[in-house]
Design a protein around this ligand. Structure first.
Ligand SMILES: *Cc1c(COP(=O)(O)O)cnc(C)c1O
Length: 317
């Protein structure tokens, strides 16, 4: 794993690779007491010829910087972030699965590790990256059955829902777990102000398709700005679809032909059904869908099968 420390008011300078293992921090570290921490997630992809690619790591670096500003932490520069990710991939090269079999998932963390007694930001910070290989389970079959829970919200206006703060996840564990126990894959959250519009799933963004139009909720501070979301919007335009970022009501969702989710982990995964107030609506799936076409195009770029004319991929050498 990669680790780099920095004192408050200074800049991150020299990080290093160390064996994966526990880290020691004070019980009064701000991350443990006040949740002063962020995470990121990105993957390393093996090309057919054995080379390794990263997908838009600069975007993860920039998102971490935005979150760090919000949580009042120093953050690595974009170049430091990318260099650290590259070093991690090179040091763990043998863990990057063969082309088509899976990816190496990288998890950067930024956290307040210095001791602080009163409620305040920490005097010292740690940037860390660990990694794990993950398999491609998707065989063109996998899909989500989503449940709309209108009593629990993952974000509210003015809150921290638009940064990858560690504090955004545990508050919905109970509700998501309950949904899973009832046979659903995850929860689709509605906006906390009116409860009329869809926002996102607990760790991925959402899109609806009707005719030639692909829509996704506008980023208004309560939705995590996904890098996959942003990429989908671009490649959908390239494929000739009309692309919209707008408010999407539950009624419009129920009336869509196709619904799909996007995120580094799920890539693009179709939604087979949405259940709201006892009403279950099913959507189109399979190889003749927009989400399938988008997934082939996106994973083609990520794994070097298709030409990357956007400069999104970065070779690790
Ligand atoms: C990470 C995350 C996403 C997806 O972002 P990507 O950059 O596409 O991986 C969407 N929603 C939430 C809440 C997330 O934490």
């Amino acid at each position: 794993m990669y680790i780099m420390n920095c004192r408050s008011g200074e800049n991150f300078s020299q990080g290093k690779l160390v064996p994966y293992g526990n880290i020691e921090i004070s019980p009064s570290a701000s991350i443990l007491n006040y949740g002063q921490g962020l995470f990121e997630g990105l993957k390393a992809y093996r090309k057919e010829n054995g080379e390794i690619l990263l997908f838009r790591p600069d975007q993860n670096a920039l998102r971490m910087q935005m979150g760090a500003k919000r949580l009042y932490m120093p953050s690595p520069s974009v170049q430091q972030f990318i260099d650290a990710v590259k070093q991690m991939v090179l040091a763990n090269k043998h863990w990057v699965p063969p082309h088509g079999k899976g990816t190496l998932y990288l998890r950067p963390l930024l956290m307040g590790t210095g001791s602080v007694f009163g409620i305040a930001p920490a005097p010292e910070y740690t940037f860390l990256i660990f990694a794990s290989p993950i398999a491609n389970h998707y065989k063109g079959q996998s899909s989500f059955n989503l449940f709309i829970n209108d009593e629990v919200h993952r974000a509210c206006p003015g809150g921290g829902g638009d940064v990858k703060s560690i504090t955004n996840y545990a508050p919905v564990f109970e509700a998501v777990n309950q949904a899973k126990a009832n046979g659903y894959s995850d929860i689709l959250f509605l906006d906390a102000s009116t409860g009329k519009y869809i926002e996102e799933v607990s760790s991925c963004n959402i899109f609806i398709v009707k005719g030639n139009v692909i829509s996704t909720p506008t980023l208004k501070g309560t939705i995590l700005p996904g890098i996959t979301r942003k990429s989908v919007l671009e490649i959908a335009l390239d494929l000739g679809y009309q692309v919209k970022e707008c408010d999407i009501s539950v009624e419009e969702l129920m009336d869509a032909e196709e619904v799909f989710t996007s995120g580094t982990a799920v890539i693009i995964t179709p939604v087979s059904s949405v259940t709201y107030n006892e009403k279950k609506v099913e959507y189109k799936r399979g190889e003749d869908t927009v989400s399938y076409k988008l997934r082939i195009l996106l994973t083609g770029i990520q794994t070097g099968i298709l030409e990357d004319n956007k400069g999104w991929t970065l070779p690790v050498d």
